[in-house]
Design a protein. Structure first.
Length: 411
């Protein structure tokens, strides 16, 4: 089987399990343990915090050892984590502390899987990076929808079958990634720099590029105001405003993923986007405005429709951001660069989760969504006014480096 196809199947296993976890984790903390908004935010922060601490190390190790090897080890560890909750739930000993332990274990695995898998993408992309990114995104959100649909059975079958399915899916992904031939990886052949120096080298490369620097800025804002809304405010809104169940929460999550998949399929149908920076800025602003309007939805179905269109905007934004980073990154640093891409999103996620928990406690879930939508709009207006992202035309990073070398020689 071709490496790209194996890559897509292996990646899909992670996101199917992630879809299961997205509903299951929120269901256990919000609806089973009936935790307060602050503790819901704390639990989601524990799920995201390891990314802040370890994802840059994960990217550097992937550049050294190869993304395939790191994915095999880290995803194997992730496959064991749901079995911890199976034992706890089976003995009726579920506590908030147990959920925090599970969150830290899964977050640590994700900190290594994400940059390793992203660094491997261009090496199996067969020369069409934007198309490979879009295919990966379709697989990601399509299988998340399947995960949400399966997780909607929580009210009927309970947590143990869902957790067992999550573990099995992750283990199947490990097997698929093992089928990718090690020869597809092109690792840097020079002497390895110390780990800290390797991390700092990737940071310097990101912040030396105006376009990559702005991707990091908008990623931080998206984590603070969009991801925080999705994982904290929306489950609380479903519970407190619409008196929802696990099925309702899965329905809202599914609508979001359907919007993401719809926009990415549209992009696949009509070809690559040339003005990627412009599409990114417009999509983020429209998504923020949609979030504001969704906050005032009078019924769950209207709210879910707003979340669908929010997902449409998010599909465009995330595809453009990932493509810009993949294309701009030097090959020898790609896993580290993509680690910074993930770090800027996941690393700000804990603060976003905590922020949204505090906003919900102070303002209620509807006004918390409005506040996040307004703040995201302001950030994107600043990105538009203060950067060249709006005028960005994609180019090959090797050409950029060659130009810089010629300029340096002329000086």
């Amino acid at each position: 089987m071709r490496p790209l196809r194996l890559y897509l199947i292996g990646t899909g296993s992670w996101f199917l399990a992630f879809g299961l976890q997205g509903v299951m984790f929120a269901w256990l903390v919000t609806l089973v343990l009936r935790e307060s908004p602050e503790r819901v935010g704390l639990a989601q922060m524990a799920l995201l915090l390891p990314g802040t601490l370890l994802i840059l190390v994960g990217g550097s190790l992937a550049d050294r050892l190869g993304g395939r090897r790191i994915v095999l080890v880290a995803q194997s560890i992730a496959a064991l984590a749901p079995l911890l909750l199976v034992a706890v739930v089976g003995f009726e000993a579920l506590t908030f502390t147990t959920m925090l332990c599970y969150a830290v274990l899964m977050g640590t695995a994700q900190a290594f899987v994400t940059p390793a898998r992203d660094g491997l993408l261009t090496q199996v992309a067969e020369g069409r990076v934007q198309r490979a990114v879009m295919l990966t995104s379709v697989i990601q959100f399509g299988l998340q929808i399947a995960g949400f649909a399966l997780a909607a059975l929580l009210d009927t079958v309970g947590a143990i079958p869902i957790l067992a399915a999550q573990s099995l899916v992750l283990a199947a992904g490990v097997f698929v990634f093992s089928r990718i031939h090690p020869g597809v990886e092109r690792r840097h052949s020079g002497p390895s720099a110390p780990l800290l120096q390797s991390v700092l080298e990737g940071a310097r490369t990101v912040f030396a590029s105006p376009s990559m620097r702005m991707i990091v800025v908008q990623n931080v804002a998206m984590a603070m105001f969009f991801m925080g809304s999705f994982i904290v405010t929306m489950p609380l809104l479903v519970r407190e405003v619409f008196d929802g169940s696990a099925g309702d929460l899965a329905f809202v999550n599914t609508c979001n993923s359907l919007g993401l998949v719809s926009s990415i399929l549209f992009l696949l149908r009509f070809g690559d986007v040339r003005r990627q920076g412009r599409a990114l800025v417009l999509a983020q602003v429209l998504g923020a405005l949609v979030l504001v309007f969704a906050a005032f939805a009078p019924a769950l179905t209207i709210f879910a429709l707003g979340v669908f269109f929010w997902g449409v905007c998010g599909g465009v934004a995330m595809t453009m951001a990932r493509t810009i980073m993949q294309v701009q990154a030097p090959e020898s640093q790609r896993a580290r660069i993509m680690a910074f891409y993930a770090f800027s999103f996941q690393g700000a996620g804990p603060l976003g989760a905590l922020l949204n928990g505090l906003l919900v406690d102070a303002l209620g879930p509807a006004l918390a969504l409005v506040t996040c939508g307004v703040l995201m709009t302001l950030v994107m207006c600043i990105v538009w006014a203060r950067s060249s992202l709006w005028r960005l035309v994609p180019h090959h990073p090797v050409q950029e480096q060659s130009t810089e070398v010629r300029r340096g020689g002329a000086q």
